[in-house]
Write a protein that binds this ligand. Structure first.
Ligand code: TYM
Length: 342
């Protein structure tokens, strides 16, 4: 079976962008693929963070995966730092990563500009190498992510090919290895709709965990009142009627897309339904749809988070399964790179 991996950082609260761009799509994939979903806690320390919050946020994120429908009888769910191989492979991959590749990363440029020099650690730069190791360790075929991760996936692919060329094939065989490619070169899976959910207060910037205003995003665990309030106050425009894909109306396109995805309707159905609507009516409609969709997730989240032993069991089992796969890859890499094995 083809294999899929993906993950979310346990920073801030998980929002509708993370859900529609990533998590919701994982659920659909777990029936047809072998899936591993991790909580990338090691990535969450690349910017200043709250030590008192990290463990809790990691648990919360795991509980949200399950509440959204990740099925542990099919998928492995685990915490990145529980599988040591991620960090080990990262070091090995670092030696084959040109610094120029990392300097080019848009997310690095944006995040380092925002954070200010004092707060930019080396890990913020090398972050994509850790992400590549998350993916390559599992010989993944596909990685379902939102649009903003596309460049990191390209780097992962280039790095896999580079390492295969540098250390794979005949050279590896001479060292007693299997020969051939060390890593499978993975493909991103970016959904046709939902890959880039925008802020509620500015249709030109993406919805993000780090935006200072909480009004700019719907968090998966927001109360009914919070959802209603955020939609009430979200940015709209003064055109009449509602439409997709008008570049002059980014907020309108974004809200219609969100409505389409959470209501499960087709784009054509939404076009028909909302063509002549005014903002007041549409806001009620989308508010109800959001509440209907998120409420069952929130109920399941509460159940899961109030049973720590269950959650610990899921994470331990996931880490054990992941370690098995990851260690096999890691051993191959050490061998192909010529290390003395114990
Ligand atoms: P993170 O935690 O920023 O986001 C998690 C997932 O949510 C997607 N996403 C969005 N999708 C649509 N609209 C948005 N506004 C939006 N905001 C975020 C992201 O594309 C992502 O799929 N580096 C990654 C985590 C990571 C990872 C990995 C992912 C680490 N290792 C290996 C896949 C495979 C990140 O910071 O995602």
């Amino acid at each position: 079976r083809k294999r899929i991996v993906s993950g979310v950082q346990p920073t801030g609260s998980i929002h509708l962008g993370n859900y529609l761009g990533a998590i919701k799509n994982w659920i659909a994939l777990q029936n047809s693929y072998e899936t591993l979903f991790f909580i990338v806690d090691l990535h969450a320390i690349t910017l200043p963070y709250e030590t008192q919050q990290l463990a809790k946020a990691t648990r919360d994120t795991a509980a949200i995966y399950l509440a959204c429908g990740v099925d542990t009888s099919k998928a492995s769910v685990f915490v990145q730092s529980h599988v040591r191989a991620h960090i080990e492979l990262m070091w090995l991959l670092s030696s084959a990563t040109p610094i120029g590749w990392l300097n080019r990363m848009i997310q690095f440029k944006e995040k380092s500009r925002k954070a200010g020099d004092e707060n930019v650690g080396v890990a913020l730069l090398t972050y994509p190498v850790l992400m590549a190791s998350d993916i390559l360790l599992y010989q993944s075929d596909f990685v379902p992510v939102g649009e903003d991760q596309k460049q990191h996936l390209e780097l992962t692919r280039e790095l896999a090919q580079r390492v295969n060329n540098l250390y794979g094939g005949r050279k590896w065989k001479k060292l007693g290895g299997r020969g051939g490619a060390i890593f499978k070169v993975p493909d991103p899976l970016i959904p046709p709709a939902g890959a880039r959910i925008m802020s509620l207060t500015d249709g030109l910037s993406k919805m993000s965990k780090s935006a200072p205003s909480d009004q700019s995003r719907i968090n998966l665990l927001d109360s009914k009142d919070a959802i209603a309030n955020k939609i009430k106050r979200c940015k709209t425009d003064s055109y009449s009627g509602l439409e997709f894909d008008n570049p002059e109306r980014p907020e309108c396109n974004n809200l219609l897309s969100i409505y389409q995805l959470i209501s499960g309707k087709t784009k054509e159905e939404v076009v028909q339904e909302c063509l002549d609507m005014n903002w007041g009516i549409f806001k009620n409609l989308i508010t109800d749809a959001l509440i209907d969709h998120l409420h069952p997730i929130q109920v399941r989240y509460e159940e899961i988070i109030s049973d720590p032993a269950y959650l610990d069991g899921v994470l331990a089992e996931g880490a054990a399964r992941a370690t098995e796969i990851a260690d096999a890859t890691l051993n191959n890499v050490y061998q192909a790179m010529g290390f003395l094995r114990r």
